[in-house]
Structures are given as C-alpha cells and as structure tokens.
Design a protein around this ligand. Sequence first.
Ligand code: ADP
Ligand code: MG
Length: 348
Amino acid sequence: MYFRLFIWILVSGLGLTGCSQHNPLYEEGFYVFGTLVNVSIWGVPTEQARQAVDTIAHDFQSMHHRWHAWEPGPLVDLNKAIAAGQVWTVEDNSLIFLIKQSQLFSQQSEGLFNPAVGQLIRLWGFHRNEFPDDTPLPQSTTLATLIEQAPSMADIQIKGNQVSSRNRAVQLDFGAIAKGYAIDLGIKKLQQQGIHNAIINAGGNLKVMGKKGTEPWRIGIRDPSGQGVLAAVLVSGEESVVTSGNYERFREHKGVHYSHIIDPRNGMPVRGITSVTVIDPSGTRADAAATALTVAGLSDWHRIAQQMGIKYVMVVDESATVYMNPAMAKRIQFQTQQPPKVVLTDPL
Ligand code: ADP
Ligand code: MG
C-alpha cells in the first residue's frame, strides 16, 4: 500500500480568490520526490509567480535525480564506490552539503537519524516507488549482520570533494532530509526572483516566508488518525513546519503495518508514534529532526530535540495522545471537534 501525506494549507478566503485577475494568491502544484509539491505565492503578478514555480519545479526535478537512492545518478554512483571501498570524487556540492549536515544531525541525535542505513531501508522494501504486499520481510539473521556492521555517518570522510567510507556497509539514503533541504533551496530561489511571501509544501515538509498580505500564513497539520486537520498553526517570516508520519508511506504484510522509518539500533520499523511535527527556521534540520524524534519515541524525543536545538515539537502517539513542549502548545490551535488528550512536557 502506498499512502501520501498532504498538509493542507488553510488560507481563509481561498475559494473566493481562484479566478480573479487581481488575485494576490497564486497556487500551483507539481509532482516530484514521490509526492505532490504545492507552491503558494502572494502579491506578485501572475506571470512572475508562474515563472518562479516553473524554476522551482525544474530545480526539484534535478535534486530528485541527483539525490535519488536507487535510481541511476550521482548518489547511486557514490554508494557503489563506498561498497567497493573506493575514494570517490563528488562533483555535486549539494551532496557534500547533505553528507555534512547528516553527520551533524546524526551525531546530535545519537544515531537515531542515520542516512547511512540505506541497506536496511532497501531490505524492508522501501527502495521502490510502490510497495507490493507480497515482498518477503527481511530475515532476522540478515538484519543482525547489518546491525553488527553498524554503518554510520561518522564512517564517512570528506576531503574537498573526495568522499570515502571506512565502513563498506554504509549506503547513503537521504529520504529523511532531502525534502527539507529542497524547501530551503526552493525558498532561496524564490527570494532571488523577487518573491518574499510564499509557501513551498513538499508532501508535509513545508517552508514559509513572509506573510499572506497583512496576516501570517495559516498552516494545517493533518490528523494522523484520519483525513481531517488536527491543528492549525500561524507562521510568518522564515520558518519550516515538517511532519513525519507513519501513516504516510508504509507497507503492510499479512495485516501488519510497517513504517518506512527504521530504528537503526535494531533494524526494525518504528512503532508507537504516529506523527511528529517540528517547527524550525531550517527545513533541513526540521526534516532530520522529525525523523529522529519519531525513532526516539515517547521516552527520548525531548532529550534528542534539545540536543538538536529544536524549539517546537508536537508528537502524536498510537492512542492519539498529543505531547508538546509549552512553546509549541502556545502556537497550536486544535481543529478537531473533540480536543485530543494533551500532555505538556518541560520547556525545550
Ligand atoms: P517523509 O519522507 O515521509 O517526509 P521522513 O522524513 O521521516 O519521511 O523520511 C523517511 C525516509 O527516510 C524513509 O523512507 C527512508 O528512506 C529514510 N529513513 C528511514 N529511517 C531512517 C532513519 N532512522 N534515519 C535516516 N533516514 C531514515
Ligand atoms: Mg525527515
């Protein structure tokens, strides 16, 4: 089964503004990174907005190709070189950046965010665009061997653009950070084109800049237990709202639900948490953190968030209880008929 997450952008008056020539809101979507990307731009002529979205769509397609973990391209080439124990010249600076950022976030999250576990992700059947239910589950001995080999971002050495790994079991998969980095780059690109009020939403990885006229942007966070909106949050300036969810992309085998987020400590898909939402100025960091905190689970997310420097977190567990730090709670407006059970934690 293959499900995709949509974070709704709740813009008041949206329905009224669809066709007016003087409509200050321009919205367009395109499909990339296996998800729908929506761009909303406020207050520039339609033609300028249209051209800007074309540029972003083109850039995102290129990133998708360059950072892809299993379709032929520069990352697959690097992974082959790592498996062969070779030093590899990486021409693409964005890949070098992704590796360096991932080393930092991996270290801060005690290895819970670990893009070096590409082999684990492939074993669980997530290196494909669709998930057939009949793919066999990995054998426990295969998982145990991989855990023993302990692929880690710390194994990677970078000298200029020369990349090598002292551990051949490392296989890079940037699925947990790529869309966050893409929205950072996308917002920068919009700024270069004279656009300063916009949202880019890449399947639940969303970055905002500026305002919607005189108002902040109003963002909806999907209810992980259904199709509705769990909460709204007001965002302005430059800020990212990123949600990792186990309901979005997963596979089922004999009626059991397997998350695409893997716990690198035991090689198993995570359980217990249905969604984590992180707000942070950096989309790259928010994306890495949302994944790390999903793995950290109820017992450890608060400590890992502190280590990663994250200030706003909302966690939803399997029983639909919501856990938040007080600063996040101040920003969250629940939209459900019955407000959920909320547990407030210590400040971050
Ligand atoms: P989404 O891409 O749905 O927003 P995430 O950001 O959480 O969700 O990324 C999940 C993807 O990251 C998986 O499909 C897999 O490619 C990769 N991944 C899974 N577990 C981990 C992990 N512990 N650390 C780093 N990457 C992971
Ligand atoms: Mg992520």
